[in-house]
Design a protein. Structure first.
Length: 632
């Protein structure tokens, strides 16, 4: 439509007018309709005012709203550029605003606050430049006043909401989020008004809209990864070492004594010295991981021991379970960015959070296997999660299994998220190991659930596009994409435990050979406490010594003693300590317990321990003559 004559221009320009006008009106109608929809308010994960945002499909919150949001931001950016060209608005303002809108689409609130905030500032600044430039050229004083008043009032409402939230007078949702949407809608309304008077360049709109269209096409049409059969075609024949395990060594007993010390009761000073780690408990050195690894190390040593050693290992596992149930270990799950605002709070196990629940279930299953004690089962007591305000949630092993398996079966691929919407391969190994142990104890059979997850994981996690390891770091459920980078320590963590429950052990050994090709021996053999450099594609730096012990344990489990010995020797030369009948790695307290535990796991494996033998029924593979396979 011509801005002077009020008539449609011929050809593509007229169509561009219609596209921008109808698109803007449709976007506003969608949001306004969602606002009027009855329900419980905002989605706490994304703070998006949308009925789709409040929905859930197979345990994935607002999956389609994410795509609509991305498409809407790209459409808005296209409208900005079209309107700016049609009315000769500031090119710099239009470029800054469009770039900010696209960045907001790529970095929503819960995926990167710094980048999201920078994008918001860019979009707002660019919009302001365009607005004030337009005011000078708008002949109608009435129009200038109306739009300036509307846009300034919406901006002031946003500033007021943010100020009240920072002063803890008003909550973030719905006040800040409502003001944010009001400001966006006001700016969109202004653009619709401009587009109704003369938007141009249909090709520009099409070019920008092609970006989300191509993204959606790639998500739907991208090729599937290898199947288990594909992996096994190139896998060398590899079977478990059937040689009789060696007796428990003196070093293993010294390591077990150290585990008893650090997991048992301590005075306040020793507790701080060993367990004042993890900060907010959101990092990869959080207490839950160190506790769990300590329990697994005790099991690795105890499985080859006599009754006394097995009892000591069972006691360590019991101490680890009790530590896992402390509020300072699971309390991180109640933060606003995690599940603290969910209806099921303060339950840390109800949804996602397999980075805690998987390890807890794994420890509980091992504890029962080693001790025969069923105190945590239904009818025998269970336990309570007690929050600071007195609220409590009661659990037992059977309820934890039911909650875990329900998520596996209702989810889109059989996996369970660690953090909200993020699924990691290594974390999902632990519930499957636990279920395999419980199957051995006669509590049920979850092999079909394991097969479903294994099939999907092998087809999606392998061969990251940007290298770094053999297994992609994380799968993003809402966006349905895989982070295209791996990490060596994550490969070790993943394959050590995958080998224990894999449907065919050759799958794990074949994947280990892939992972070994990514190992940077020159860096790992330097060892030490210093963190690896974190680049744009390596967001989880760990010390070389920690990465080395995880890889060594996986190498042992996957029948590669040469690689394991090379890594173990490098770590031992720099970090291993033997004092007063104890054995441990002298590292920073953030890594010390977990890394020592993994070194003890690889030590036990070098003498014949295998977690796979704990998980499988006797008829499934050649028995290794451990106590749990014997008739005693």
């Amino acid at each position: 439509m011509d801005g002077k004559t009020g008539r449609f221009r011929p050809g593509g320009r007229a169509l561009a007018n219609v596209v921008v006008l109808l698109g803007g009106l449709a976007a506003m109608a969608f949001v306004l309709a969602a606002a009027a929809f009855p329900g419980g308010g905002y989605n706490p994960a994304m703070q998006m005012l949308s009925v789709l945002g409040r929905s859930e499909v197979r345990l994935v919150e607002q999956p389609w709203c994410r795509y609509l949001f991305v498409a809407g931001m790209f459409f808005s950016a296209a409208a900005v550029l079209v309107a700016a060209r049609a009315f000769r608005l500031s090119a710099w303002g239009a470029a800054l605003n469009a770039a900010g809108l696209v960045a907001i689409a790529l970095f929503p609130e819960n995926e990167g606050w710094l980048r999201h905030d920078a994008a918001c500032w860019a979009a707002a600044s660019g919009g302001a430049v365009m607005l004030f430039g337009w005011m000078r050229s708008e002949p109608s004083r009435r129009m200038r006043f109306v739009w300036l008043a509307l846009l300034l009032l919406s901006a002031l409402a946003m500033a007021l909401a943010l100020s009240l939230h920072s002063l803890r007078v008003a909550p973030f949702a719905p006040w800040v989020t409502s003001a944010q949407k009001l400001m966006i809608l006001s700016f969109a309304a202004w653009l619709v008004s401009l587009s109704s008077r003369g938007a141009r360049r249909l090709w520009l709109v099409a070019a920008w809209l092609a970006v989300p269209a191509l993204l959606a096409a790639w998500l739907v049409l991208r090729p599937a990864g290898p199947t288990a059969e594909d992996i096994l075609k190139d896998a060398p024949e590899a079977s478990a070492d059937d040689a009789a395990p060696l007796p428990v060594s003196d070093d293993e007993l010294a390591g077990l004594a150290w585990l008893e010390r650090v997991t048992g009761r301590m005075d306040a000073a020793d507790e701080r010295e060993w367990w004042d780690i993890g900060g907010s408990q959101h990092g990869i050195f959080a207490k839950r991981y160190n506790i769990a690894f300590a329990g697994y190390a005790a099991a690795a040593i105890g499985m080859r021991g006599d009754a006394a050693v097995r009892a000591r290992a069972g006691a360590v596992l019991g101490a680890c379970v009790e530590r896992m149930l402390r509020r300072d270990v699971w309390g991180y799950s109640q933060s606003e960015g995690y599940w603290g605002r969910k209806p099921w709070a303060p339950d840390p196990c109800h949804r996602e959070n397999v980075m805690y629940t998987g390890h807890l279930l794994h420890l509980l299953a091992m504890y029962e296997l080693f001790t025969g004690d069923r105190r945590y089962h239904r009818g025998e007591g269970g336990w309570d999660f007690v929050w600071r305000d007195g609220r409590k949630v009661h659990y037992d092993v059977e309820k934890l299994v039911a909650t875990t398996v329900d998520q596996m079966r209702r989810g889109p691929n059989g996996g369970i998220a660690c953090e909200p919407g993020l699924v990691f391969f290594p974390c999902n190994n632990h519930p499957h190991v636990a279920l395999a142990l419980l199957r051995r104890l006669g509590w049920g059979d979850w092999s079909a659930d394991a097969a479903r997850w294994e099939r999907w994981a092998l087809a999606h996690y392998l061969s990251p596009s940007f290298g770094g390891g053999a297994i992609s770091l994380v799968y993003h459920m809402r966006g349905n994409f895989m982070y295209p980078r791996g990490q060596g320590g994550l490969d070790g963590w993943s394959l050590l435990w995958y080998e224990a429950w894999a449907s065919d052990r050759r799958l794990a050994t074949a994947l280990w050979r892939r992972a070994r090709g990514y190992v940077d021996f020159s860096r790992l053999e330097a060892c030490g406490d210093e963190l690896s450099e974190a680049g744009c594609c390596d967001p989880q730096p760990v010390p070389p010594s920690v990465e080395a012990v995880f890889l060594a344990a996986a190498a042992r489990a996957c029948s590669d003693p040469e690689t394991a010995s090379r890594l173990e020797q490098a770590v031992d030369a720099r970090c291993l300590r033997r004092e007063e009948g104890l054995l441990w790695l002298d590292l920073d307290r953030r890594w010390r317990i977990g890394a020592t535990a993994m070194r003890l796991v690889s030590l036990a494996e070098s003498n014949g321990s295998r977690f796979r033998s704990l998980c499988l029924l006797d008829h499934e593979e050649q028995p290794r003559h451990f106590w749990y396979n014997s008739k005693q």
